[in-house]
Ligand binder design. Structure first.
Ligand code: ARG
Length: 444
């Protein structure tokens, strides 16, 4: 092999990241081999002793990774053989790098999913705390980014919670399909040794076996699913980021963000930029890219293992890093958000946010909703001409639009009245927001 071909085909530069998983799986395989009488108990003891030394060498940064040995698997096996002799050479009995790499990736992804679920949980509990504090804080809800109806800030944050809850469900679901043992498939057809796959599965905490050896070494659909779940998660965090960027803009001024998540400008001394949300929004693109890369990687492959699959790792690793960093930073950033209720209320006043409440009032008095809609449209036009909000129109003026209007209307047209009226599961009434928070905490 020329140096170029060696560099082109080697993966040790990146797959060494899975060294812990590789050793964990090798030790389980060795215990099974000894238990089945395929290797001697002394061989197992040597393998365990050698692997313990390799772990401390890698942890100490003293392990020498060699490009000549191609990947993480061959590097560790070679070192083991140097340390313990023949026992090291017996480790690979009944196994191939094809099922070895498959088991390593599955273990790596399972570990990553567990980290992601913990981080999502931290994000969610910080989010619920903020939502509780702001359960009754009125802000405009938007459609088409135009003021639509009053909502509470807490209610808005609970929408974020729901998005992240489905993300957590998706990762838990991906975990089930990831958590199956491919080891035992060997190169592609299984092995002639009397192996015990169920034992290895139990040792490694897998919930079951990959049932077909060809499928076990070849498919990476679980990795693609992981990227799909990650892409959806990033899509959600990108949307939240977009809202934070808007809310931090002085035209909105709905929130203040702790300085530790913002940067200044090198030229404009007055700037405070929402860099972290902007980057979360920007990093979403690379995760989408990784999903596309893996889908494309698999689409033309015949059974069983092909070297193409080595290309799965860098996109996967970068996806894991991007998602975990984003979650870690978001969990903290949520605690750095302070609401600015005065600006939220100002925005509400400018948008005729309680127009729907006036229409609902007329409907309750017997006017068909469509007629009520039209009547309120005229009232809004009048208020707009006068440069005032709906509840500032006089009773006489309002009655000019409909004789059904009485002086009980003004309570309905306040922001608080509008909020309190939406009093059902999923509605924005502060009591409902508080109840939703209780339910959300019960789930977690
Ligand atoms: N480094 C390879 C990968 O990442 C390991 C499996 C190689 N198997 C082989 N027969 N060349 O997929």
């Amino acid at each position: 092999m020329s140096d170029l071909v060696k560099r082109y085909t080697a993966s040790v530069g990146f797959d060494r990241r899975m060294w812990r998983q590789d050793i964990r799986a090798s030790l389980a395989h060795a215990r099974m081999l000894a238990r089945q009488g395929i290797i001697a108990p002394e061989d197992l003891a040597d393998i365990q002793r050698g692997m313990a030394q390799i772990v401390s060498e890698i942890e100490a940064g003293a392990f020498v990774w060699s490009l000549d040995l191609e990947d993480v698997h061959l590097n560790i096996e070679k070192r083991l053989t140097t340390l313990v002799g023949d026992a090291g050479k017996r480790l690979h009995t009944g196994r191939s790098r094809n099922d070895q790499v498959a088991v390593d990736i599955r273990l790596f992804l399972r570990d990553s999913i567990d980290d992601i679920l913990v981080l999502l949980g931290q994000f969610q509990s910080n989010l619920l705390e903020l939502a509780e504090r702001e359960a009754a804080t009125p802000m405009p809800g938007f459609t088409h980014l135009q003021v639509a109806q009053p909502i509470t800030f807490g209610h808005h944050l609970l929408a974020w919670f729901e998005m992240s809850r489905r993300d957590a469900e998706r990762f838990a679901d991906v975990r089930r399909r990831t958590n199956r043992l491919p080891l035992g498939a060997a190169a592609l057809a299984g092995t002639s040794y009397p192996i015990d796959r169920e034992f290895v599965a139990a040792e490694l905490g897998f919930e079951g076996l990959c049932e077909n050896s060809l499928d076990a070494v070849s498919d990476r659909d679980f990795a693609i699913e992981f990227c799909a779940a990650s892409a959806l998660l990033m899509m959600h965090f990108s949307r939240m980021s977009e809202e934070l960027v808007l809310w931090m803009n002085p035209r909105f001024a709905f929130v203040k963000m702790a300085d530790r998540f913002c940067t200044g400008s090198s030229i404009m001394p007055q700037k405070k930029n929402p860099d972290v949300p902007e980057l979360a929004r920007g990093k979403t693109g690379r995760v989408y890219g990784h999903l596309t890369a893996l889908l494309t990687l698999m689409k033309g492959q015949p059974l069983a293992y092909n070297k193409d699959n080595q290309e799965d790792k860098e996109p996967l690793f970068d996806t894991v890093d991007t998602v975990t960093d984003t979650l870690r930073i978001y969990a903290d950033m949520i605690t750095g958000i302070t609401a600015r209720p005065d600006s939220m209320r100002d925005a509400l006043r400018q948008g005729f946010a309680t127009a729907t409440d006036l229409a609902d009032y007329l409907t309750r008095k017997g006017l068909p909703f469509r007629d009520a809609h039209q009547t309120v449209g005229l009232a809004v036009r009048r208020a707009e001409e006068l440069g005032i909000d709906l509840p500032q129109l006089s009773l006489a003026e309002l009655q000019g639009f409909s004789p059904l209007i009485g002086d009980d209307i003004f309570a309905m047209l306040t922001v608080e009245g509008s909020l309190a009226a939406r009093n059902h599961i999923g509605g924005t009434a502060p009591d409902q927001v508080r109840a939703a928070i209780v339910r959300a905490r019960g789930l977690r």
